[in-house]
Ligand binder design. Structure first.
Ligand code: KG4
Ligand code: ZN
Length: 363
């Protein structure tokens, strides 16, 4: 009988300071507490995450967030078996803040230290929330990431494809900025799209004509700018035009994600998984129209669709604690030489093709 583990997890790779306590064993763990402190207000005036501001805020707040997570779990450090921390990829100053804090806690309390890949945290979340069995297909879609991962084991990931430029969340945020809608752009563009006609203004579907699962979203912004120019009347944009722009843009993102998901599912299904599952993670998974598209394509292909609760889809400490739990249970240990890494692809074989983005390296 495997032993139950209690893991403290720290996350600070972008603009959320997270700490959480997770208890249990692989595929059977509970979140005892999860505290996330966002930094949206700190970056609002700059139109994007400012790495130095993010790093300082993580350094100032991480110990407080950790204390709160322990308090909410009703535990002290003496009940913790190991400290897990995001060691990359991400904005390096923030990752360093978390790693240093985790090292301090581990050294002070005499606890083992586990470095976790942030993307593995997202990718293993369906095992925390639904006890998903390997292998499953993960679509990670957020403001910083967009990739298909075939998840075969705790440390066994194959990247089937991903964005070659912007992540979809980034495209939603840029669209919102161009249309003077509030940030983060995803929810405001989705709300506008609900009032618009998706068929009126046609946007490109980049890379659909090309084989494979790679995607591109940066061209959508240019197309949007051009259409916006045509629609502007004396510097004014009619309400209906704005809604139609949002609806057309969102439909283009949906069509690309759905078609590329169909292809990734075909690759995954060719391996003959016994109980096939498509899981999503990342803030963009909150979009109801995108979710509906993914659900439909999954159903068509006889694959179960899993969407973890939103609080565990976006950046949080619980996914890091859980990924740490899986690593710890399989015997992995790190020590005080653990380094913060700005880039850290999950799939080394696919590492060559990746670019950078507004929220840091794509990994
Ligand atoms: O996973 P997340 O919280 O943070 C990282 O990017 O790491 O994702 C945030 C992103 C933002 O770009 C936001 O605009 C997008 O997710 N997002 C959405 C929606 N809600 C959040 N995109 C489309 N539709 C939504 N409803
Ligand atoms: Zn993330």
């Amino acid at each position: 009988m495997a032993q139950s583990l209690t893991i403290l997890g720290l996350e600070s790779s972008c603009d959320d300071t997270g700490a959480a306590v997770v208890r249990g064993m692989p595929r059977d763990a509970q979140v005892l507490s999860s505290v996330v402190e966002g930094q949206t207000g700190l970056h609002a005036a700059f139109g994007g995450v400012v790495p130095e501001i993010a790093a300082r805020a993580h350094a100032e707040r991480m110990d407080i967030v950790v204390r709160q997570a322990l308090d909410e779990a009703g535990l002290t450090l003496s009940a913790i078996d190991a400290v897990a921390v995001t060691a990359g990829p991400g904005l390096i100053g923030g990752v360093m803040s978390g790693v240093m804090c985790a090292k301090g806690i581990a050294a002070g309390a005499g606890l083992p230290l586990i470095g976790v890949n942030h993307l593995a945290g997202h990718a293993l979340t369906p095992r925390l929330t639904d006890g998903a069995a390997f292998p499953y297909l993960m679509l990670l879609v957020s403001g910083g990431h967009c990739q298909f991962l075939l998840v075969r084991g705790t440390e066994d990931f194959t990247r089937l494809g991903g964005t070659i430029d912007d992540a979809p969340g980034e495209a939603f945020d840029k669209t919102a900025r161009l249309l003077a809608l509030p940030q983060p752009g995803g929810p405001s563009v989705e709300a506008e799209a609900g009032k618009g006609d998706a068929a009126r203004l046609r946007f490109p579907r980049p890379l659909l004509d090309r084989e494979g699962c790679d995607m591109s979203f940066s061209g959508l912004k240019t197309a949007l700018l051009r259409t916006l120019d045509d629609l502007m009347d004396n510097g004014q944009l009619r309400q209906q035009d704005r809604a139609d722009l949002c609806a057309g843009f969102q439909q283009a993102v949906i069509d690309v994600l759905v078609e590329k998901t169909r292809r990734a599912l075909a690759v995954y299904l060719a391996e003959g998984p016994a109980a096939p599952v498509l899981a999503v993670a990342g803030g963009v998974a909150a979009n109801r129209a995108i979710r509906a598209g993914l659900e439909t394509v999954s159903a068509e292909m006889g694959v179960a669709f899993l969407a973890p609760p939103l609080a565990l889809c976006t950046d949080n400490g619980a996914m890091i604690a859980y990924a740490g739990l899986e690593r710890f249970a399989s015997g992995a240990r790190d020590d005080m030489t653990l380094a913060a890494r700005p880039r850290w692809p999950l799939d080394q074989a696919a590492a060559g093709m990746l670019g950078g983005g507004r929220k840091g390296p794509k990994a």
